[in-house]
Design a protein around this ligand. Structure first.
Ligand SMILES: [Mg+2]
Ligand SMILES: [Zn+2]
Length: 185
């Protein structure tokens, strides 16, 4: 039996617009191409979200606020026939040096064990160098998005010599790249 494949998604700046510490539903806005892109991929991959939410640790919003916003997002996707299997979040600040903040791989390892995922055939998609590092540290392929904070951090990516499998201008291009990847054809 073939092991399952996953797409591990960042949340802010990847799926929804990131105004900085997103938690208000009134600010919720899905990024262009996300529905279309996820629809292209949903037959072959299971979707997960892993998100760093240091705004909780900093006291800007609560865990409840986080879930309200996230549930709003996943419900919206569900209405478009897209299912997020599980959401994992790190509520800590960087200074807390926790084990769950991306690019630490604890949540990916959990996913791998619980769902028997083939990480080599899976992808991490995100708009921050730490998303790419998460994929590299976990042995997945990676896509760096220029949406969200992606443009701003592109320099860091280059300076730190972090090499994603692909750099995409938006979510739909990312999905099309994955679909056309040699292993997928
Ligand atoms: Mg992000
Ligand atoms: Zn954490």
């Amino acid at each position: 039996m073939n092991a399952k494949k996953a797409i591990i998604l960042d949340r802010d700046g990847t799926l929804n617009e990131d105004l900085g510490y997103e938690y208000k539903i009134k600010d919720f806005e899905l990024l262009p191409g996300v529905i279309e892109g996820l629809n292209l991929l949903k037959d072959k991959y299971i979707f997960f979200i892993i998100t760093n939410q240091s705004g909780i640790g900093k006291g800007f919003y609560s865990v409840d606020d986080f879930w309200q916003y996230t549930n709003h997002l996943t419900e919206y996707l569900k209405k478009n026939n897209i299912y997020i299997e599980q959401v994992y979040f790190c509520p800590h600040t960087k200074e807390e040096n926790c084990e769950c903040r991306k690019p630490n791989t604890i949540f990916v390892n959990e996913i791998q064990k619980a769902y028997r995922i083939d990480l080599k055939k899976s992808w991490v998609i995100g708009d921050h160098p730490s998303d790419v590092m998460l994929g590299i540290n976990s042995g997945t392929k990676t896509i760096y998005l220029i949406t969200g904070h992606g443009k701003k951090h592109l320099n860091d990516l280059e300076k730190q010599e972090i090499n994603p499998t692909y750099i995409a201008k938006d979510f739909l291009s990312a999905a099309k790249f994955i679909k056309s990847h040699p292993e997928e054809i």
